[in-house]
Design a protein around this ligand. Structure first.
Ligand SMILES: [Zn+2]
Length: 115
């Protein structure tokens, strides 16, 4: 059962998951999810969709000026989860384990893994 007090829907993808990028500049790349923005339905993936970020020097924060490479955000619809069970990119279902805890399930191999 879905909680009603959540401000944004669950995306099926969590921080630390491995995902495959299915569209855009980094198509075909696989990487770890670095951050998830549930409101915007966007995530950042390690080494995917790199952008050049121009920074100003800030001696207080020990930041040097210049251009740094940084992961840009990718819309959730452009990535698929890589299943820890079968190692393939897959759609994710939701299920409840016998003890009542919620889990995600791979649509390909039916491996369940933690929410
Ligand atoms: Zn699987």
């Amino acid at each position: 059962m879905r909680k009603t007090n959540e401000t944004a829907p669950l995306l099926g993808i969590r921080h630390g998951d491995t995902v495959k990028v299915m569209a855009g500049r980094s198509k075909g790349k696989t990487g770890k999810v670095l951050s998830v923005n549930r409101e915007k339905r966007r995530i950042t993936v390690e080494h995917a969709n790199m952008i050049k970020k121009h920074t100003r020097p800030n001696p207080q924060k020990n930041v040097r000026g210049g251009i740094v490479d940084k992961e840009g955000t990718i819309h959730i619809s452009n990535v698929m989860l890589v299943c820890p069970g079968c190692g393939k990119h897959t759609r994710v279902g939701h299920t409840s384990l016998p003890d009542g805890t919620k889990a995600r399930v791979c649509r390909r191999c039916n491996t369940t893994f933690e929410h």
